[in-house]
Design a protein around this ligand. Structure first.
Ligand code: NAD
Length: 489
């Protein structure tokens, strides 16, 4: 069944870029193809940004920052614009959900539920800078009693480089916080999923933000690399793979440009020996393989007590067998295809590595029956996985879950921490304070007791190779701030 193949979204000028408040023609005639993950056919074509387009976008953002009103508006004035952007986003939520489903293969039942987060982020940062809880000027006294103002100033012109798996919300985290701080932006979305960034550009244009505050140039790696090295860029806000994050951090280090990195994960769901597995099951079903496992904070390693392993597997494998895989535009479907052909090849290679490495394939591993076209793979569970195995260490970014058993609490904590990543995690227990004590010993940027919660009004981000800096919450605003200390002599 193929319910929708083309987005209904009507863009003003999908053949152009948004630079300096205008829709402008690209410098080159190179195009980007967007392929439907359901039909494997060409769905849309967009122009591909070149280095000349990046120069124009950076110049516009630079001018808006250095000479325009945006950084010098009062927080209340900026908040007014952010609220208008939120209103415009709210009017287009159906379109944004559909764009996500069509480009990425994320089930419409999920995307419809999640897209309001985009408006929430703009409203949240508007309220934060317009209220009493965030102060841009802190009056202090120095050691000799003299007057000091510690001022929070915007970091400058930012490049927002974002991935394809959740294109709009990962962009909104950056743009809402950065605009609230007074920054200006060049957005370079993933070449596979440019649609949401166009919708956001239109929402920003309709809100009447000053020219050049937000600029959009979709591009691939080459022009992206040029952008992150550009001397006109003060900060790179990056979400994507750890490999690209390391490359970008090194490039930024050469000129000490600011950088924040939201990278990969291999997060553990740790079921303590007193956990109620039936209560844990609903959140495990949602968060072990969300968007066909293509979410950075997925709980892809499940740690179970050896003594209760079979009890867990009976429950979990039973629930996994009920996952309805199919066309993500069907509101009854839980899991769509992987987003692109290269993702399918990657996931298949990891499934092979799991089998070759000695893990037991408990379910899945192949193409779902009856789905001959599309980048589909079955929900897959490996048991008898040991921490040293490749599938236990590397981010697969597909619907592949590793069940790892442990002997006691110390063994569980050691295994949960046996990872290069540290993004997310969940601890399940009948005793929330016991779970909290265990959570304090897991090296990750965030955890949930008895569930999995990511809230845009709270800081989110990783330790170790999962990244640097935080997005969301007050800390997400601080990501776009430089401190200036002004002494009165
Ligand atoms: P990717 O690293 O391949 O690409 C991400 C973005 O960076 C794309 O726009 C890409 O064009 C661009 N890019 C890549 N190399 C670049 C370079 N040298 N210079 C400039 N731009 C460059 O990642 P992906 O495959 O698009 O996304 C999947 C990855 O993103 C996964 O590892 C996932 O865990 C991670 N992710 C992390 C978070 C988080 O918040 N921590 C959220 C979502 C996704």
């Amino acid at each position: 069944m193929n319910l929708m193949t083309k987005p209904k979204s009507v863009l003003h000028a999908p053949e152009k870029f948004f630079i300096g408040g205008e829709w402008v023609n690209p410098h080159s005639d190179r195009m980007l193809d967007v392929i439907s993950p359901v039909t494997e056919e060409l769905m849309m074509r967009y122009p591909e940004g070149s280095t000349e387009d990046m120069d124009a976008a950076v110049a516009a953002a630079r001018d808006a920052f250095d000479n325009g009103p945006w950084p010098r508006l009062s927080p209340r004035e900026r908040a007014g614009y952010l609220r208008k952007v939120a209103e415009n986003i709210t009017e287009r939520l159906d379109e944004i959900a559909e764009a996500w489903t069509l480009q990425v293969g994320a089930p419409i039942m999920l995307t419809k539920k999640l897209v309001p987060q985009n408006a929430t982020l703009f409203n949240y940062y508007a309220d934060l800078i317009d209220g009493n809880s965030y102060s841009f000027v802190d009056e202090r006294r120095r050691a000799d009693g003299g007057k000091v103002r510690v001022v929070k100033e915007p970091v400058g012109v930012c490049a927002a480089v974002t991935p394809w798996n959740a294109p709009m919300v990962l962009l909104s985290y950056k743009i809402a916080a950065g605009l609230a701080a007074g920054c200006t932006f060049v957005s370079k979305p993933s070449p596979e999923t440019p649609l949401e960034a166009y919708i956001l550009a239109e929402c920003i244009e309709a809100a009447g933000l000053p020219k050049g505050v937000f600029n959009l140039v979709p591009a691939g790696r080459e022009a992206g690399d040029y952008l992150i090295r550009h001397r006109g860029i003060d900060k790179v806000a990056f979400t994507g793979s750890t490999a690209a994050g390391k490359h970008i951090a090194a490039a930024c280090a050469e000129r000490l440009a600011r950088v924040s990195l939201e990278l990969g994960g291999k997060s553990a769901a740790l079921l303590l020996d007193d956990a109620d597995f039936r209560q844990a099951l609903p959140s495990l079903m949602v968060y072990t393989m969300p968007i066909t496992g293509q979410v950075c904070f997925s709980l892809t390693r499940i740690l179970v007590p050896e003594t209760r392993k079979q009890e867990f597997l009976d429950l979990f494998l039973g629930a996994v067998s009920n996952i309805k895989v199919g066309d993500p535009s069907d509101p009854a479907v839980h899991m769509g295809p992987l987003a692109m052909g290269r993702q399918l090849e990657r996931v298949k290679a990891y499934i092979d590595a799991g089998i070759r490495g000695g893990a037991t394939l408990a379910c899945g591993g192949g193409r779902p029956a009856g789905l001959e076209k599309g980048f589909y793979v079955e929900p897959t569970v490996f048991t008898d996985v040991t921490p040293a195995m490749k599938i236990a260490q590397e981010e697969i970014f597909g619907p592949v879950v590793c069940v790892i058993s442990y002997s006691d609490e110390e063994d569980a904590i050691r295994k949960a921490n046996d990872s290069a990543y540290g993004l997310n995690g969940a601890i399940y227990s009948a005793d929330p304070e016991r779970a909290y004590r265990v959570a304090r010993r897991i090296r990750s940027g965030g955890l949930t007791i008895n569930g999995n919660i990511v809230d845009p009004t709270m800081p989110f981000g990783g330790v170790k190779e999962s990244g640097q800096g935080r997005e969301g919450g007050i800390e997400g605003l601080d990501n776009y701030i430089e401190l200036k200390t002004i002494h009165f002599a």
